[in-house]
Design a protein around this ligand. Structure first.
Ligand SMILES: Cc1cc2nc3c(=O)[nH]c(=O)nc-3n(C[C@H](O)[C@H](O)[C@H](O)COP(=O)(O)OP(=O)(O)OC[C@H]3O[C@@H](n4cnc5c(N)ncnc54)[C@H](O)[C@@H]3O)c2cc1C
Length: 418
């Protein structure tokens, strides 16, 4: 692991969704860090802002909270993602069933649906833009078709949600091996949503890189590039970068970074989103995804599986092999014969946990004063609300966080010490 926290590289690359917003919509940072704050939240992405929002909803004063971010709200994965709110986290049911059995998979499916509904109602209350044509999961080959068809049959028994499995594919899909249409899923502008959460929380943010902390009996002293901060409680919402704040995330909880590439293509002469409409699409176990924005631009990305080793990194930058695949293989298949110009390329860093679900909990040996909500594994929009609810329940009510509690890793982690 590099000794310099790679999160600082984010500053050199404006996140796509942040760049789409009008100037001045992000609240400016506060310069004056209070001498002592009750809640210090490290990281102002989906997770940190969601926790700030929930704390205030639960009666905490916004003035008792301070978010601190090395770069700024939305400058991590949150501002660089595809903006898909999926109620099934990529429908990895075969994987969930293997890891958690039917009861666990069923509960996680219910929670992910709850997360989607929470995002939906917040977005509606705030009048946020969304693409509402539902999600399409497109199987890439026959073995995936078989796995997803059996998962689909199972889920049909669990839920009355509006979704359907089709054994054959729509002619415009790049693969002809069956698909699921989940009508309640939707796409959002991730930065617009994030800033609405932050704004509704009313909590201030400041800029600073957190390098370490020391938990004492009655407080936590946090070392930051902007000077020391003192807090009653600290919440680490640093996703992929958690190992740079506490070694436990590297050695035991095994949070690891994985890069994801995205491109944006324009179709001269095509003025609306007629190719792909209002749907959001993902294929081949979620490794490939695309959506067409209302102005006609096609956002497509992923393909990490073209070079898993090369993309197993925290470093920003482009991967030629993956980009070549996206631009010369997948894009023509999605362009419906229209000429396409690639106008943007970017990457973002996913933070994987050992079993691909976020983890929440309190760090041992910190007198219960340092908690965490990290490891969103490429599905933060699909899980941040339920993870935040689980963490704030733990911190405010001492309520067991359920499936997202870190202790579940005992079942999968080779290095677990607790
Ligand atoms: C290309 C791409 C596509 C994606 N598509 C989707 C999608 O369609 N749907 C979906 O559900 N998910 C998607 N994801 C995943 C989703 O974006 C993330 O799961 C989610 O944004 C995680 O939010 P977070 O707040 O935990 O992390 P981040 O957004 O990464 O925020 C962490 C914050 O912590 C700050 N930070 C880190 N370390 C420190 C430190 N030491 N000191 C101070 N600040 C620090 C960072 O600056 C950053 O702002 C995608 C991700 C990528 C990269």
């Amino acid at each position: 692991m590099d000794s310099v926290n790679p999160v600082l590289q984010a500053a050199e690359h404006v996140p796509f969704w942040m760049g789409e917003l009008p100037d001045g919509v992000c609240p400016p940072p506060v310069d004056v860090v209070p001498a002592t704050v009750k809640w210090l939240i490290v990281g102002a992405g989906l997770a940190g802002c969601s926790v700030a929002y929930d704390l205030v909803q639960r009666g905490e004063s916004p003035d008792a909270i301070l978010l601190i971010d090395a770069v700024g709200p939305g400058w991590g994965a949150t501002g660089r993602n595809a903006g898909f709110v999926l109620s099934n986290c990529g429908l990895d049911l075969p994987h969930w069933l293997k890891n958690w059995g039917e009861d666990g998979a069923r509960e996680l499916f219910r929670l992910a649906g709850k997360n989607r509904d929470l995002v939906r109602s917040f977005a509606d209350e705030q009048g946020l833009w969304s693409q509402d044509g539902g999600s399409y999961y497109v199987c890439g080959d026959e073995s995936e078709r078989a796995a997803i068809a059996s998962s689909a049959a199972l889920v049909k028994e669990w839920t009355s949600e509006p979704w359907s499995w089709s054994d054959s594919c729509h002619e415009k899909f790049p693969y002809d091996c069956g698909y699921i249409h989940h009508q309640s899923d939707f796409g959002i502008n991730s930065a617009q949503y994030l800033l609405a959460l932050l704004g509704e929380s009313g909590a201030p943010w400041t800029k600073g890189l957190v390098t370490k902390f020391r938990a004492e009996a009655d407080r936590v002293v946090v070392t930051t590039s902007a000077g020391d901060a003192v807090a009653e409680k600290v919440i680490l919402a640093t996703n992929a970068y958690a190992p740079w704040v506490a070694s436990k995330f590297e050695c035991e909880y095994q949070i690891r970074g994985a890069r994801n590439q995205v491109i944006l293509a324009e179709f001269p002469g095509v003025e609306d989103n007629g190719l792909w409409g209002d749907g959001i699409y993902y294929a081949r176990e979620g490794f490939e995804y695309w959506r067409q924005l209302p102005d006609g631009r096609l956002l497509l990305g992923g393909a990490r599986n073209q070079d898993i080793d090369g993309e197993s990194t925290w470093n920003f930058g482009n991967n030629d092999r993956v980009l070549r695949y996206l631009e010369t293989d997948l894009l023509p298949k999605l362009s419906g014969g229209a000429d396409a110009n690639v106008t943007r390329r970017w990457s973002g860093i996913l933070g994987f946990s050992d079993d691909d679900l976020p983890i929440v909990g309190r760090l041992p040996d910190t007198n219960g004063r340092v908690a965490f909500i990290v490891g969103f594994s490429g599905h933060g929009l699909g899980t941040h609300r339920i993870a935040s609810e689980a963490l704030t329940g733990l911190l405010l009510d001492d309520k067991f966080p359920g499936w997202l509690y870190v202790d579940r890793l005992k079942r999968t982690s080779k290095n677990w010490k607790g």
